[in-house]
Design a protein around this ligand. Structure first.
Ligand code: GLO
Ligand code: MG
Length: 345
């Protein structure tokens, strides 16, 4: 067995203001420094960044200033004993990305998206981080006939190659999601992401980040998605959370909707000795809108606590009894063994 200690990470967007599509923010903005303090207090070592979390206003700054700010951020993290986990080019909030970035129907927007992605690589390297997360948020359609999926797949592949060419050091973790904010996303599942990566200029540098809710929204089991990526050595990060069926992306506390599903995600990470890979466990969770400001990080603490309890459950799972049930093809007995183990009998 290698190292069995997990490393945890969060992004600043995980300490949100409680806004939703039907109402404005209900909590004050938490400053970036306060996010870092919260990370330390909650025992999270890694910080996940959008490119403009690391360097605000990077669209308007000259390259030298972008580098200087990223280097200042690197020092800020190091002073606090924190490390950057990844940088994601945030194409989906900028006006140029209104119709998507890499797959926009506007050629000027496509050029912008590639240039912005190269800036994100610069920011990542200046931060001392080599992982780029690609969440293709608006790379898809609301009106299916508005884009050509053959062309879009080629454009996504080109974008991967542009990022890989920007530096021989960077690796890309694609974070697929089937819908929201678009109706139908291109590259909606882990299978698509890995297939695309295998066709890239350097497949060894393309892997995936699996978010539990994104798998559920695609009608798939997150632990099987993780198993598929782990079997290929491609699971480079996770966004654990939960999702109550096919709705909007809820970003619920890990295990809050389906504790058994959460257990199976932890179990497959344990089976693959994910902790020893050094990859982070992130929680892409949102505080409920009703939460008071002083308690608006409880969702992160709970997710981590549930994760650690489930690690214990995975490590104490009655493997021998389960193996006997399987050998006897007595899956009802296996079902009961699992349920009783989870119930703590
Ligand atoms: C939204 C995504 C989002 C990404 C983040 C990093 O559904 O999960 O939170 O994980 O922007 O790219
Ligand atoms: Mg996510």
């Amino acid at each position: 067995m290698g190292d069995t200690t997990y490393r945890f990470s969060i992004g600043p967007w995980n300490i949100g203001r409680g806004a939703d599509p039907f109402g404005p923010a209900v909590r004050p903005q938490v400053s970036f420094d306060d996010v870092l303090d919260a990370a330390i207090a909650l025992g999270f070592e890694g910080i996940q960044f959008h490119d403009d979390d690391a360097v605000p206003d990077l669209e308007t700054l000259p390259p030298a200033r972008i580098m200087a700010e990223a280097e200042a951020m690197k020092r800020k993290l190091a002073d606090r004993g924190l490390v950057p986990e990844f940088v994601a080019p945030r194409l989906w909030e900028h006006a140029n990305g209104i119709d998507g970035g890499y797959t926009s129907n506007d050629p000027a927007a496509r050029t912008w998206a590639l240039e912005r992605s190269k800036r994100a690589v610069d920011v990542a390297l200046a931060l001392g981080c080599e992982l780029i997360v690609m969440w293709p948020a608006r790379e898809g359609t609301a009106v299916r006939e508005s884009k050509n999926p053959i062309m879009a797949s080629a454009q996504m592949l080109d974008a991967i190659n542009v990022i890989l060419a920007a530096s021989p050091q960077v690796r890309i973790a694609i974070e697929p999601k089937p819908n929201e904010p678009v109706d139908h996303a291109f590259i909606p599942t882990i299978g698509h992401a890995l297939a695309l990566g295998s066709r890239s200029a350097d497949p060894a540098r393309v892997g995936v980040l699996i978010e539990s809710a994104h798998a559920i929204l695609a009608g798939l089991d997150p632990s099987d998605e993780m198993g598929f990526a782990l079997a290929a050595g491609k699971l480079w990060s996770v966004h654990l959370n939960d999702q109550n069926g096919l709705k909007f992306d809820q970003d619920k506390v890990f295990g809050a909707a389906n504790l058994r599903g959460a257990f199976n995600q932890v179990r497959v990470l344990e089976q693959a000795n994910y902790a020893a890979s050094g990859a982070f466990v992130g929680f892409d969770v949102k505080a409920q809108r009703t939460q008071k400001p002083e308690a608006a990080t409880a969702h992160l603490a709970t997710s981590k606590a549930v994760f650690l309890k489930l690690v214990e459950k995975a490590r104490t799972f009655p493997e021998k009894i389960a193996a006997q049930c399987i050998a006897n093809r007595d899956y009802e007995a296996l079902e009961r063994t699992v349920l009783e183990h989870l119930l703590g009998r």
